[in-house]
Design a protein around this ligand. Structure first.
Ligand code: UD1
Ligand code: UDP
Length: 387
């Protein structure tokens, strides 16, 4: 699979790729990163020439936000679990940075591999870059152009310190070019979540038990998720979503697996009680249950980046409760409708109008071989040569 026999210059030393294993230090910490890393880690484990060292920052730590994914997706136990946990951005990211730095110094990897746009991403990327260890960033180049989002800051900063930006889409590649990141610092590999959707979609089993447990019929319910800081931390936006879901919940079944951040915010108001009475509220789901629900739902309503894409992978229209999205091709093709969650009536209308819609036939996320291409890129000279 890999490009073999190529020399790599690492901290001034030329080594042959095949002379010794390629050591990749992967940093993950949040739910979507476990899912993204699962496909790459599975492949890495099959390759004799690759030694992956997995670092879990502990950003997510509840069993249903962390260990359940390791079990369900057969992700190897982390080699280093930092147990950082929750906290304000500076404290959380700073603690990760310090701990990851020590691990990189000890493990001396050829690459540090980071995913997405969380605080774990920027901590991993920055720690490596300061130590002059090559950094590869998966899902690079995504932009909302909204710097109020912590994720946007994490993305921009991670991309700019990365040696190799691994992009999912043409838009992401163009975004990087517009910021002066191009040439051998960018490789468009497709989207690892598309790889995951393809790999796991025939492993979900019979949906009947899950659906009947929720009291819903195939195609007879809306699947919703909500966790974005701009929605949970803004009382007016959160109240608008609660009112809209409450209004729709009397006529439509809404399944809402609740992110702990959102639960904590709702508990401060009467929101949790109102949703308990009007929608099918659940704890965070496992990935296989989640993709089953995405496939069987009549509509997905979300502010999640990953869930927007997965709705499309599974052929279900989506309403995004945000002011903008990074995954613009889904909006342009009609699969996704942006509904800013400011006003309950507008949210309800946006959701009802999206039921039964569909989009153009598009294929923006590659061929489902992003993980192979990522490992190939790391094993070749291309990205590893330090500027
Ligand atoms: C983080 C990411 C976000 C990503 C999301 C995926 C950042 C800045 N944000 O947001 O980009 O979309 O993960 O889900 O990195 N909590 C628990 N148990 C847990 C994890 C979190 O109770 O296992 C609660 C805590 O109250 C915590 C809050 O959720 O303070 C927020 O967690 P945090 O990891 O800071 O951000 P997320 O909202 O999860
Ligand atoms: N997900 C899950 N269970 C849930 C909600 C989401 O397994 O209850 C999965 C979902 O299928 C997707 C990923 O988590 O693969 C998205 O993560 P999240 O929405 O937390 O973060 P984002 O993608 O917005 O960064």
């Amino acid at each position: 699979m890999f490009v073999t026999g190529a020399g790599r210059r690492y901290n001034g030393v030329i080594r042959s790729v095949m002379a010794e294993p390629l050591t990749i230090l992967t940093v993950v910490g949040a739910r979507p990163q476990f899912i993204k890393a699962a496909v790459v880690s599975r492949l890495a484990a099959q390759e004799d020439g690759v030694n992956e060292i997995l670092v879990h920052t502990g950003q997510h730590y509840d069993a249903n936000m962390s260990s359940s994914f390791f079990e369900e997706l057969s992700i190897p136990e982390p080699d280093h679990h930092l147990g950082i946990g929750s906290g304000p951005h500076g404290a959380q990211t700073g603690a990760m940075l310090e701990a990851i730095e020590g691990i990189i110094v000890k493990e001396k990897p050829d690459w540090v591999l980071v995913y997405g746009d969380t605080n774990s991403t920027i901590a991993g990327a920055l720690a490596a870059a300061k130590l002059h260890v090559p950094v590869a960033h998966v899902e690079a180049g995504m932009r909302s152009f909204n710097r109020l989002m912590p994720e946007e800051l994490n993305r921009v900063l991670s991309d700019h310190v990365s040696t190799l930006n691994l992009t999912s889409t043409d838009t992401a590649t163009a975004n990087l070019k517009a910021e002066g990141i191009e040439g051998n610092r960018v490789l468009q590999v497709g989207d690892v979540m598309y790889d995951a959707a393809r790999f796991y979609s025939d492993k979900t089993g019979d949906p009947c038990e899950l659906l009947s447990g929720l009291g819903v019929e195939p195609g007879g319910f809306i699947l919703a998720t909500l966790h974005r800081a701009e929605n949970t931390d803004d009382p007016s936006r959160l109240a608008s979503v609660v009112e809209a879901f409450e209004g729709l919940g009397s006529e439509h079944s809404i399944v809402l697996p609740l992110h702990p951040r959102t639960r904590a915010a709702l508990e401060k108001t009467d929101g949790l009680e109102r949703l308990e009475a009007s929608v099918i509220l659940r704890e965070p789901m496992g990935y296989l249950e989640m993709i089953t629900l995405e496939r069987e739902a009549v509509l997905v309503v979300t502010d999640s980046g990953g869930v927007q894409k997965e709705a499309f992978f599974h052929g279900t229209p989506c309403v995004t409760l945000r002011d903008e999205t990074e995954w613009v091709e889904l909006v342009e093709s009609g699969w996704n409708t942006i509904v800013p969650p400011n006003d309950p009536a507008a949210i309800m209308q946006g959701i009802l109008e999206a039921v039964g819609t569909t989009g153009d036939s598009i294929k923006p996320y590659g061929s489902g071989d992003a993980a192979v291409r990522i490992l190939d890129a790391l094993a070749s000279t291309r990205g590893g040569v330090l500027a």
